[in-house]
Write a protein that binds this ligand. Structure first.
Ligand SMILES: *[C@@H]1O[C@H](CO)[C@@H](O)[C@H](O)[C@H]1NC(C)=O
Ligand SMILES: *[C@@H]1O[C@H](CO)[C@@H](O)[C@H](O)[C@H]1NC(C)=O
Length: 238
């Protein structure tokens, strides 16, 4: 399938007063003439703040629960105008220079559980897919070779400085002993769907108990030494 895609990036950087922190605020607008999935999202550094859900006519905050929520006024109307403008840009560019073949970059994929897997205990499996272009991609989950949709979450895109994209998906489920979880990735730069699988053999070896007390002891000694240093410093160098 041939797909033309237009991505417009408006990147601005600002420096807060009296601070050494520099944040990069990004507005990402994307559209395609072959896939009806426009994108409008805002991010601060590489953390997504909010995206527009075009189908639900709703802006979706992506901040963690402890952060103050942000709300953009009239974002839907703005998003629609950006989408139309983006589609018009594709038409204009195509009319001028014809259909261009795009550089396609296949994704790097990894899969891992959020917590150590204990059969019968709820967990999240994460499928992390990075550095691909164009952004259109399909992710699906399988449990023991059977597709599952329940408990699946798919993130929005994040963009890298080289113009490639990242995305991740999570599957929230309670694994049983011997379960295999696979993430299947379909992308134009891959000849066929690519599937990566997690099973018990991928669990990292656990720390043997004999190691832990030594580490705790060493940290304790270091803490004691630091304490003594500050006591001496406080007493002698006033
Ligand atoms: C596309 O081309 C039309 C006609 O030349 C022009 O009016 C319009 O502004 C262009 N739109 C974009 C988004 O470049
Ligand atoms: C570009 O490709 C589309 C189909 O994807 C075709 O309809 C159109 O005529 C092509 N335009 C040019 C200028 O080659």
């Amino acid at each position: 399938m041939k797909m033309k895609l237009c991505v417009i990036l408006i990147v601005s950087t600002f420096l807060p007063v009296n601070s050494v922190f520099v944040y990069k605020f990004t507005e990402l607008v994307g559209c395609s003439d072959s896939v009806d999935e426009p994108i409008l999202l805002y991010s601060l550094d590489r953390n997504e703040i909010v995206f527009e859900d075009y189908k639900a006519n709703n802006q979706v905050s992506r901040l963690p629960p402890f952060a103050d929520p942000v709300h953009f006024e009239n974002l839907y109307d703005y998003a629609i105008s950006k989408r139309d403008n983006c589609i018009q840009t594709i038409e204009n560019v195509t009319a001028t220079i014809g259909n261009q073949t795009e550089n396609k970059v296949p994704p790097d994929c990894s899969i891992y559980p959020k917590h150590d897997v204990v059969p019968g205990e709820k967990n999240n499996f994460i499928c992390f897919v990075t550095n691909f272009y164009p952004p259109h991609i399909k992710l699906r989950w399988m449990r023991n070779g059977v597709f599952v949709t329940e408990g699946v979450y798919i993130s929005q895109f994040s963009i890298n400085s080289d113009g490639t994209f990242n995305i991740f998906s999570t599957l929230t489920t309670t694994p049983d002993k011997g379960d295999r979880f696979s993430c299947m990735v379909e992308h134009q730069a891959l000849d066929s769907p690519h599937s990566i699988t997690w099973d018990e053999s991928m669990e990292p070896p656990r720390l043997t108990p004999s190691v832990t007390p030594t580490v705790v002891f060493a940290v304790g000694i270091l803490g004691l030494a630091t304490g003594i240093f500050f006591v001496i410093k406080g007493t002698c160098f006033r």
